[in-house]
Design a protein around this ligand. Structure first.
Ligand SMILES: [Fe+2]
Ligand SMILES: [Fe+2]
Length: 271
């Protein structure tokens, strides 16, 4: 089966760019499952409910978040309470730390006759949250799924992390137990797509859908003040440039759960 992952939809320009280009890219890569990360989808932070529906209407089957998951949490409470909420948060956040709101850190998604186990994890290194080990959590999720008697054809992992070494550590840790692992969070596409010896396809960062210039999607001037002064009181603002980038990764995974091809996608346009 083919999986097309768009990462990460950044602010209004990211949503607009995706709505303009998604049909052409889906036509080209013919995915069975289409997913996207929306950690910065609304005002550079986690998606609000209306934007989740907007992206669902584009034909995206499932979403994941990241370190900004709680930024707009009050707006998406009702959405998260729905049984069919198509939204993951990192599974290894400490559960007791945050609001008493239902959430999923992994999900079994049925699509085109296959069951896909989609797991979302966040890194421990250079991130703003203290989290449980993503390594141990991965093992625990597979045990939990087995204990529940659930079966799946393909396992994919979104690892929202900053450090390449941590990404590669987890990628080798799960090699042969997942069909694909893709890094998110840095908003910088890496040139390292490959298939590991036991059949796990990877790219350590997919990049984003958003402004081509600026600082990982944000307007340069608003970020410059923070770096120059060392004070974080200024809000970052979205880039108003017309140039944007669409980035994604396409995996093909066979029925044995092993990856047979991984292709990174990067396209630049002007609105
Ligand atoms: Fe992000
Ligand atoms: Fe992030």
């Amino acid at each position: 089966m083919k999986i097309l992952a768009f990462w990460d939809v950044y602010w209004r320009i990211g949503r607009k760019a995706l709505s303009r280009e998604i049909d052409v890219i889906k036509g080209q890569y013919t995915p069975d499952l289409c997913i996207a990360n929306i950690d910065n989808c609304s005002s550079g932070r986690w998606a609000v409910e209306k934007h989740i529906y907007e992206l669902e209407s584009l034909g995206i089957d499932f979403f994941s978040g990241g370190d900004h998951f709680f930024d707009n949490i009050t707006d998406i409470q009702e959405y998260l309470k729905k049984d069919d909420a198509k939204l993951l948060r990192p599974a290894n956040f400490y559960e007791q730390r945050y609001y008493d709101i239902p959430w999923k850190g992994y999900s079994l998604i049925e699509k085109n006759g296959k069951n896909i186990l989609f797991i979302h994890l966040i890194g421990e290194v250079f991130m703003n949250h203290n989290v449980y080990s993503p390594f141990l959590k991965f093992d625990e999720i597979l045990s939990e799924v087995a204990d529940k008697g659930l079966s799946y054809d393909v396992c994919i992992v979104d690892f929202h992390c900053e450090a390449s070494a941590e990404f590669y550590g987890l990628a080798h840790f799960i090699d042969g137990r997942a069909g694909a692992i893709f890094g998110t969070h840095t908003h910088v596409q890496t040139n390292d797509e490959k298939i590991l010896p036991w059949g796990t396809g990877l790219i350590s960062d997919v990049w984003m859908n958003g402004a081509l210039f600026g600082v990982i999607g944000a307007e340069y001037e608003s970020v410059r003040k923070r770096f120059i002064t060392g004070i974080n009181k200024w809000l970052i603002s979205q880039s108003l440039e017309k140039e944007y980038v669409i980035s994604a990764v396409s995996f093909e995974i066979w029925d044995d759960g092993k990856c047979v091809s991984v292709e990174k996608i990067r396209k630049e346009w002007s609105l």
